[in-house]
Design a protein around this ligand. Sequence first.
Ligand code: ZN
Length: 250
Amino acid sequence: MAFSPDEVDRYARQLVLSEIGGPGQQKLARARVLIVGAGGVGGPAALYLAAAGVGTLGLIDADTVAVSNLQRQILFSTADVDRPKVEAGAERLTALNPHVRVETHAEPLTADNAAALIAGHDVVLDGTDDFHTRFAVNAACVAAGVPLVSGALGRWSGQVGVFAGRPCYQCLVPESPPDAETCARVGVVGALAGVIGAMAALETIKLITGAGAPLTGRLLLYDGLAATARTVRVAADPQCPACRGVSGES
Ligand SMILES: [Zn+2]
């Protein structure tokens, strides 16, 4: 695949990086990334992945844009209020980079449709905030052998993890916490969503290009109030219903 003059110009700052260069840019152009949840994490991730030249971005979100989203969901503008998020998001991403193809799914991801939605993608990026969806995404990724980049946040802190086979996301979170906190209830600083979304996009770019050491089997915890970060290894759960019997990092 030859790049047009516009693409050579557009990706100039990546093409000079030894870890990406022409071959890495080709990998990005051929890549198909599925973003589950076009919200606080998925939105900034989608913007950076589109800007980087990921060839195909799938966007899954059943919601419409609300005014209260705009404090952190920078994929949308005030004029997008009441529009389907995937429609407004696709328009914004294509305006940012017309070389990117955006496939929209204005439906919730469930255990029933997860396998079909994930099929054919190289990486899945999950930025949703409910555990039923997260477990369904994780199980389908494990079954399909597709790496999962997971981002989550609340209040002033967030986390990013990459899961490829075993250990999986459900090894980290065995079941839905009884007092699961949502951003609607506990609040979140918008800039933190940007930090976590950008980190998730960066891990996705690393997975596609093979640059550096991805967070596979590890979890990066960022404390925005203290301005500290630490990375912990995720242990495989011998009883994990999602990845028991699957090979992986450990
Ligand atoms: Zn597991």
